[in-house]
Design a protein around this ligand. Structure first.
Ligand SMILES: C[S@@+](CC[C@H](N)C(=O)[O-])C[C@H]1O[C@@H](n2cnc3c(N)ncnc32)[C@H](O)[C@@H]1O
Length: 362
């Protein structure tokens, strides 16, 4: 067993792999600095776009399709026609088509990674690498750290929104209490009363359970790998100290960067403080079992092909399904008088976004 370190440690941006390669074997192989957040921004910014052929050849293609199905189900379940939507940690705009199918009225996408925001801009406008699609809703893109900047000040002309979505990104705010608070305060501040906050993130319960089942501080399979620092050699996590619990996460062909455990009871308690009431929370496995019973979502699953088309053997692998188990979906509702209406942005028309239209908040 490794020696006990006395301080929680944070990973460096220098010695971490810039491409999704194998995670360092031990924490001693990475230098300790406070720049994890910057590393995350650069990591996502530098991720290149895949061609359709490359995407289909991905070892986690069915997991990606399953994730898309889960996000689609959440979006379709909690969005109404003409809703205005804010997408926190929107990445490359991978959910734009899902929002279009939900026939939303307005979209604001925000991400810390400049490169991803530029990709989202191109995807919205339609370019050679993305099939030309004319989105029916007007959109705005912003490059900002959503866990440091107060978004209600940036979005005075657009808030409140009907729906706030944060897909696979909220856990990056759990690096410390201040960021976690700003993240949830932001969500509450930009949502109208009655509006929904929908999201997906790693399921800390499952991760801790798997850590305790393993001999060392590292576990995973052919799709993913999780590595905790020696500091956690006792595998004890105190609810009284729920922030900054960092681990290295590697998802084959997708991500290799530090992440933080989100202690859900604390997440719920903080959300509650900011007027966000828990509506729903489920691990991805349960989510699939529950929603696949709905014929509309079952049909969508067939179309997306995450579990195959029912005819061929082309289906999710055991390792991909096990990787899905480390995630969860959640829904909160903003409480308060529901007569406050979201802005409909009546003067805005769907139009291409130019590089100058992107707001850079520093
Ligand atoms: C796993 S990706 C998910 C992207 C997209 N939501 C999706 O579902 O495909 C996580 C995203 O969170 C973004 N992110 C991380 N920290 C952030 C922060 N402080 N502010 C805004 N975005 C952040 C990353 O740049 C990245 O695009």
């Amino acid at each position: 067993m490794s020696s006990h370190k006395h301080k929680k440690r944070s990973l460096s941006n220098e010695s971490l792999p810039s491409q999704p390669t194998k995670v360092p074997r031990t924490y001693d192989e990475v230098q300790v600095t406070e720049s994890s957040q910057q590393f995350i921004a650069e990591h996502y910014s530098n991720r290149s776009n895949q061609t359709i052929e490359e995407r289909e050849a991905s070892p986690i293609i069915h997991l990606k399709k399953l994730n898309n199905w889960i996000k689609s189900v959440l979006i379709q379940s909690y969005t109404k026609k003409n809703d205005s939507v804010i997408d926190i940690g929107c990445g490359k705009g991978g959910d734009l088509i899902k929002w279009d199918k939900a026939r939303i009225g307005y979209y604001v996408g925000i991400d810390i990674a400049k490169g991803s925001i530029e990709d989202a801009r191109m995807r919205y406008n339609g370019d050679a690498s993305h099939k030309r699609r004319v989105f029916s809703f007007p959109a705005r893109l912003i490059c900002a750290d959503c866990f440091t900047v107060h978004l209600d000040e940036v979005l005075q002309d657009e808030a409140p929104f009907d729906v706030c979505s944060c897909q696979f990104a909220m856990h990056y705010s759990w690096a410390n209490e201040e960021k976690a608070r700003i993240a949830l305060q932001n969500v509450a501040a930009v949502l109208k009363p009655g509006g929904y906050f929908i999201g997906t993130m790693p399921d800390a319960n499952v991760i801790v359970r798997k850590l305790r089942e393993t001999d060392g501080l590292e576990f995973g399979n052919s799709c993913y790998n999780i590595l905790f620092d020696d500091y956690y050699y006792e595998k004890k996590f105190l609810p009284s100290d729920p922030f900054g619990i960092e681990y290295m996460f590697h998802l084959e062909d997708a991500v290799s960067c530090p992440e933080w455990l989100v202690h859900f009871p604390t997440f719920q308690a903080l959300a509650d403080e900011y007027g966000l009431e828990l509506v729903y929370k489920k691990n991805f496995h349960e989510f699939v079992h529950e929603h696949i019973k709905n014929p509309v979502f079952a049909e969508l699953m067939k179309v997306l092909g995450a579990l195959g088309d029912g005819m061929s053997k082309d289906t999710i692998s055991a390792d991909e399904w096990d990787a899905a188990y480390i995630y969860m979906a959640f829904v909160f509702k903003k409480i308060g008088p529901s007569h406050i209406r979201s802005q409909r942005n009546p003067r805005r028309l769907a139009a291409p976004i130019s590089p100058e239209d992107i707001l850079l908040v520093q």
